[in-house]
Design a protein around this ligand. Structure first.
Ligand code: NAP
Length: 483
């Protein structure tokens, strides 16, 4: 199958923080892959900006090293890389200082898309927006891309939104949640709204419950300082898991258009029930032969920050009242796996007499091995009567789509190209982010007020046993986390 790559308009992309970890690991290798795929026109230009003093030749060398280091082995051709880095420039700039800005202005060409990627700490967003405005770079052709974390509570998110709105219209602001750039997440919408099969059953009458799992095997690593002030709730639930929940639960938008989709997502967030503390389990991983405990990793023997959270969430609207959404995410778990599972109800009546329970289950795997599996019940082959078994109807993208699916564009690649195309569908709108914090804030505040202490869990396990018990009380079980 041949993919149709449509080149995007010519652009000048400025990466503030162009020497940082995110730029080197994700943004620049992603741009390189899009360049190789023919999606960037030859006139496109990328300008790295940070405080470090270096010239464009040194920057090109740094980027070439990063692309080699963070791309799949054997995927980087010398010729392609040499052509790609020719498109790069570097301008030393301090987001809080005045030097370098006129140099940056001189690189920006009229008549092309101007995109400014704020790959820096959120505390610099306001300074950057203000200086872009002072230097005449906030025109209609400008877009800004901002990274998570977008605030640490409602108040700080509002302040960031205000800082950006002072110079940019909402239609120019692209808040990244890279989960939305994943192929399967978009496929979830294609499956829901492109098939007759699922949507009529997509409600509490037919769906028993939904599970959303984002499990990591890694610990906090070198991010201990940041993570300990954040925790799984702020780092994962408020953004990534919430976005997945919205896409599963939202009403069909009238069209696949940025505001139509985001309006529906916002309605879901507003329909979330206030959380009952009994419906949340927080955890912290213990030490193992492979690594330190959470508290050792963050260097605080009394830390109460959660590295795991599981919760039972209700959505109070006509479609979902009565169908729980179980969310869980954590570090140092048994397997790295992100999966959404829709568990349909049992049949009202079985014509086959007494059999084990059979549920249809739709699993949407985000990583690894992106794909969608529908469990259907069939007759066990062979003699011996009508015994039923569940088998998967597997829609593995790698199998179904052949070579094209082997290396689907990374989430960052897709999202950056969407910025250039001016398509905000897969980006969070300001009101969505604020609504998500408005729901999350009281949960975190409740923990702080009660002095809640996370349950310890074994590294390499499925998480705290309390999370298993939470589902057992509802006579349900978590899906097995498998790699
Ligand atoms: P990082 O490695 O610390 O890099 C920060 C970048 O910002 C560097 O290029 C730094 O270069 C530049 N910088 C710092 N202060 C500056 C200033 N005053 N003016 C201009 N440039 C300045 O951070 P990162 O990991 O790349 O993360 C960047 C942003 O993305 C953060 O908001 C982070 O939360 C977010 N994010 C990162 C990841 C990830 O995987 N790394 C994932 C999701 C979100 P100089 O010091 O030379 O100025």
């Amino acid at each position: 199958m041949v993919s149709r790559v449509i080149p995007v308009d010519v652009f000048d992309l400025v990466i503030f923080g162009g020497t940082g970890d995110l730029a080197r690991r994700k943004i620049l290798p992603g741009l390189f892959r899009r360049f190789c795929a023919g999606q960037m026109q030859p006139e496109a230009q990328i300008i790295g900006a940070a405080r470090a003093e270096m010239d464009s030749a040194e920057y090109r060398e740094m980027v070439a090293d990063a692309v080699r280091e963070f791309s799949a082995e054997g995927s980087v051709g010398d010729e392609d890389l040499a052509q790609f880095v020719e498109r790069l420039h570097y301008v030393p700039i301090d987001a809080r200082g005045e030097s370098g800005w006129s140099d940056l202005v001189s690189h920006m060409r009229p008549g092309v898309v101007h995109a400014f990627y704020f790959s820096v700490a959120p505390s610099l967003f306001g300074d950057l927006a203000e200086r872009l405005n002072i230097h005449g770079l906030t025109n209609d052709a400008s877009r800004i891309v901002v990274e998570k974390p977008f605030g640490r509570d409602l108040e700080s998110a509002r302040a960031l939104n205000r800082d950006l709105a002072a110079y940019f219209d909402e239609s120019q602001i692209y808040r990244i949640d890279h989960y939305l750039g994943k192929e399967t997440v978009q496929n979830l919408m294609a499956v829901r709204f492109g098939n007759m099969l699922f949507e009529p059953l997509w409600n509490s009458q037919y769906v028993d419950h939904i599970q959303i799992t984002v499990a990591e095997t890694v610990g906090v690593g070198g991010r201990g300082d940041y993570y300990d002030k954040s925790g799984a709730m702020r780092d994962m639930v408020q953004n990534h898991l919430m976005q997945l929940l919205c896409l599963i639960a939202m009403e069909p938008p009238s069209k696949f258009d940025p505001d139509a989709v985001r309006d529906e997502k916002l309605k879901v967030i507003r329909a979330l029930d206030k959380m009952d503390p009994h419906h949340i389990v927080r955890g912290q991983y213990e030490a193992s032969d492979d690594g330190p405990s959470y508290r050792e990793a963050v260097g605080d023997p009394r830390s109460r920050t959660e590295s795991y959270v599981a919760m039972k969430v209700g959505v109070s609207n006509w479609r979902w009242a009565g169908t729980p959404f179980y969310l869980r995410t954590g570090k140092r778990l048994k397997a790295r796996s992100s999966e959404i599972t829709v568990v349909f109800k049992e049949l009202n009546h079985s014509i086959f007499g007494e059999q084990e329970d059979h549920h249809n289950v739709l699993s949407i795997r985000l990583q690894p091995n992106e794909g969608i599996t529908l469990g259907v019940t069939i007759k066990e082959p062979g003699p011996g009567g009508m015994r039923l078994i569940d088998v998967p109807l597997d829609m593995s993208f790698a199998q179904a789509l052949g070579d094209d699916a082997d290396a689907p564009p990374d989430a960052y690649e897709r999202l950056i190209m969407d910025v250039i195309r001016g398509n905000q569908t897969l980006f969070m709108r300001g009101d969505e982010v604020e609504a998500a914090w408005a729901w999350t804030d009281p949960i975190i505040k409740g923990w702080e007020e009660r002095g809640d202490v996370p349950k310890l869990y074994e590294s390499g396990s499925d998480g705290p046993v309390d999370a298993v018990q939470m589902l057992a009380r509802d006579t349900r079980v978590w899906r097995k986390v498998s790699p």
